[in-house]
Every structure is written in structure tokens, then in C-alpha cells.
Design a protein around this ligand. Structure first.
Ligand SMILES: Nc1nc2c(c(=O)[nH]1)N[C@H]1C(S)=C(S)[C@@H](COP(=O)(O)O)O[C@H]1N2
Ligand SMILES: [Mo]
Length: 405
């Protein structure tokens, strides 16, 4: 079977060992780039700050990058904290910052009456909940044949999460409103920066257009519990519809600014650079998410799939626009069938679960899904090539090959 995996990233072969890898990947691989998962047996351990997570459901790429396994995504919309991916650009702060959560201080700038606010004060200013797809800009990078540097995420650098907190616009109002001429909302992470380097080159600081403020939250709760350190507790900026990096963890500063942040992660990071190129401020920034879907099962867990009735299921979301419909193909995109949405609609920023009830006879099938949003944007067949491996929404790359016995 290994000859069927020509484009498997070499690092996976080295990490897994040929035999173990072939055994676990028989049932699942993408069409244009192999999607074999790292075997559990050879997995790295979870980092201590995330030791409470469900190790068997996760691929640990490094101590700061942990991915949800495709077959582990459930069918009831919300991604449990134990299974949610982690991405830290810097080591997370010490857990001591959670000892007295309410004492956490956020400085707010670019408003008429700027002043620091404690989390305790923020809790008094408003309360809202939003269900939101949190997705790393590089989710799907593992399917780029060009093997861009960065974590080779497959589908699992994403989750649908419930966040509770105070709407940013109410915080701004409480401080006299946003100062005129401020075009951006800039959040700064509270990590301790390494000594001896220019802070601008390492700080996690991102700017989004102030329009994003309409639905943004300063959140202290995730899926019904205080936000764990791994996910940005005690306080996190939530910017629905925008890629993961804009959702600043351990947020210590919120500023309405005339210019985008000049931190390197903003000016050079997360740019749509031409293949072979490097990020620079003239290139488009990776910001709003675009319409995307993928199939999560059946047949993605490495176990043999029996012929007969199946419920082909997955997730679909639209970025700034809600998802309107999802089609499923059982033949690699030659023909498409309308899928049905499952379960409640948790709002425009949540993903929808979808299902196609069908029967699969003995054979090999390439299952694919293609979502369309309410603005008419259709998930593309082909990825937009770029040096960083960002924004992969190609339905072909996310297809899964299943063997029915
Ligand atoms: N302070 C801070 N916020 C951050 C990051 C970080 O390194 N530091 N990483 C960003 C990136 S790139 C992503 S994809 C998401 C990951 O969120 P999660 O680890 O809760 O899944 O957080 C974003 N917010
Ligand atoms: Mo990310």
C-alpha cells in the first residue's frame, strides 16, 4: 500500500516508520496529498500545560502545536476542550496568571477615556455568548505538495467553540467611545517575551478592521468553563469570522489604532506570499476566513468500513457569511448530492454539521464535500498556492479515500 502514498510528507514517514504508518493509513488519505495521521503509538507526549487533554484524540506536532484527529471530531457541533487544537507562537505564560483570574488587567487605548480595567470590572460591563469556528490560518497546510514551512496541519487546527464575555463595543462605550480616526482594533498577547530580542519581532499582536468590533468579545469562559491557560485564560479577545491568530490569548492590551500593528507577526507574518517568496507588508494579510467544509467520517479512523448503510458527515462554515448549503461527492467530485444540515444553528460564526445518508458497496471511494455560503461563494476545488501554506479551502485536498470491505 505504501506505493499509493507518493506525496506523503517525508517528516511523517520518518516520524511514523513505514510499516506502522501503512497500517494506520490504509483507510484514509487525501486525493492530492496523502493525509495519513501520525500513529498514536509513536506520538509525542502532550506538553504539561495541556496534560489534561485527550492524548489519543490529538496529534502532538510540538509542545506548542497540537492537532485534533479527524475521526475524533464528533457530530454535536461544539468541540470539547479536551480535543481542541493548540497553537502557541511563544511558550504560554506561567499558570500563576490564573491564580486570581478577576485581578487580570487589560489596558484599553484609543478610546476617549482610556484606563486599565480588571477582569472583575469587565464582567460588570456586559455579557454575551458566541459560538465561533476557531481555525488556524495554516489549517490544511499539510495538503500543500510544496511543503511550506510551518506545522503540516491537516483538518484538525480548527474547532467550534462557545465563548462568553463582554462585547468589545460595550467596553469601548463604557470608556467614552472609540477616538475618531481609529481604523483598527489591535490586541496584544500577555506572554513574557524572551530577553535580548526586539519585542516587535516576537510579540503576538494583531490588528483587525474596527468593523470586526461589532461581534468581538473579551471572553473569560470557553464551552461553559473558565478559559484554560492553553486557550488563553484568563482573558481572550475573540474576533468571529477571522483566522485563529487574531483571537489573542492572555490579552493584556486592547487598542483602537490609526495604523495596523507594526509587530512582525502582523507586518510580515500571515501574508499571502507568492510560492517561493517571503511575507511582506505589500501582500494581502490572511484575515477573514473563507467558506470551507470537510468530511469527518465514516472510514477515517483506520478501522475497516463494512458495506451497507452509512451516514457521511462533516463540518461546514463560511467565515464572515453563514454557510448556505453543502454537497457531498462519493466519487471524487464527479457527481454531487445535497447534504442535510444536522442539529441546531448556533449562529453565523459557528460551523454546521452536515450529513448524507447513503449505502456504500464494497470498493474504494473518494468522499468529498463542497460548501457554499449565503453570499454565493463556493468552496474551490483547487487551493490558492502561497509560500506560507495559508487558507487551504480546496475540497479536493480535503477529500478522504475510504476502503469498504
Ligand atoms: N497571545 C497569543 N494569542 C494567540 C497565539 C499566541 O501564540 N499567543 N496564537 C494564535 C494562533 S496562530 C492561533 S491559530 C490561535 C490558537 O488558539 P488555541 O491554541 O486556543 O487553539 O491562537 C492565536 N492567539
Ligand atoms: Mo494560527
Amino acid at each position: 500500500m505504501s506505493q499509493d502514498l507518493p506525496s506523503l510528507p517525508r517528516r511523517h514517514l520518518l516520524a511514523g516508520g513505514g510499516a506502522a504508518l501503512a497500517a494506520t493509513s490504509l483507510a484514509v488519505w487525501g486525493r492530492s496529498a496523502a493525509a495519513a495521521e501520525t500513529p498514536v503509538a509513536t506520538a509525542k507526549p502532550l506538553p504539561p500545560y495541556a496534560g489534561w487533554k485527550d492524548a489519543t484524540g490529538l496529534i502532538v506536532h510540538s509542545s506548542t502545536t497540537v492537532e485534533t484527529r479527524r475521526h475524533v471530531f464528533g457530530t454535536s457541533i461544539v468541540t470539547p476542550a479536551e480535543q481542541l487544537y493548540i497553537r502557541n507562537n511563544l511558550p504560554p505564560p506561567d499558570a500563576a496568571i490564573l491564580a486570581d483570574r478577576d485581578a487580570w488587567v487589560l489596558t484599553v487605548e484609543g478610546v476617549k477615556a482610556p484606563r486599565p480595567l480588571t477582569l472583575r470590572e469587565l464582567k460588570g460591563l456586559g455579557l454575551e455568548t458566541v459560538a465561533m469556528v476557531l481555525q488556524c490560518s495554516g489549517n490544511g497546510r499539510g495538503y500543500f505538495p510544496s511543503k511550506p514551512s510551518g506545522t503540516p496541519w491537516q483538518v484538525g487546527a480548527a474547532g467550534c467553540v462557545m465563548w462568553s464575555g463582554v462585547p468589545v463595543r460595550w467596553v469601548a462605550e463604557a470608556l467614552g467611545g472609540v477616538t475618531e480616526g481609529m481604523k483598527f482594533m489591535t490586541g496584544t498577547g500577555g506572554e513574557v517575551l524572551p530577553a535580548g530580542v526586539d519585542p516587535k519581532t516576537v510579540v503576538v499582536e494583531r490588528s483587525v478592521p474596527t468593523a470586526a468590533m461589532a461581534d468581538a468579545l473579551l471572553a473569560w469562559e470557553m464551552n461553559g468553563a473558565p478559559i484554560p491557560l492553553a486557550h488563553g485564560g484568563p482573558l481572550r479577545l475573540i474576533v468571529p469570522g477571522y483566522t485563529g491568530v487574531n483571537n489573542i490569548k492572555y490579552v493584556k492590551r486592547l487598542a483602537f489604532t490609526a495604523q495596523e500593528s507594526d509587530a512582525r507577526i502582523m507586518s510580515h507574518g500571515y501574508r499571502m506570499s507568492p510560492p517561493g517568496g517571503k511575507g511582506d507588508p505589500s501582500q494581502p494579510s490572511v484575515q477573514e476566513m473563507s467558506v470551507k467544509s470537510w468530511i469527518n467520517g465514516p472510514g477515517t479512523d483506520g478501522k475497516p468500513l463494512k458495506a451497507g448503510a452509512v451516514q457521511v458527515h462533516g463540518v461546514a462554515f463560511g467565515g464572515l457569511h453563514p454557510v448556505a448549503k453543502v454537497e457531498v461527492s462519493l466519487d471524487g467530485g464527479k457527481s454531487w448530492h445535497m447534504a442535510r444540515f444536522v442539529g441546531p444553528d448556533l449562529g453565523r460564526y459557528a460551523w454546521r454539521q452536515f450529513v448524507l445518508a447513503t449505502r456504500l458497496p464494497v470498493g474504494e471511494f473518494t468522499l468529498a464535500s463542497r460548501a457554499t455560503d449565503t453570499a454565493g461563494n463556493v468552496q474551490p476545488e483547487v487551493r490558492l498556492e502561497n509560500a506560507g501554506g495559508y487558507n487551504n479551502s480546496s475540497w479536493a485536498d480535503h477529500a478522504v479515500r475510504v476502503t469498504v470491505a
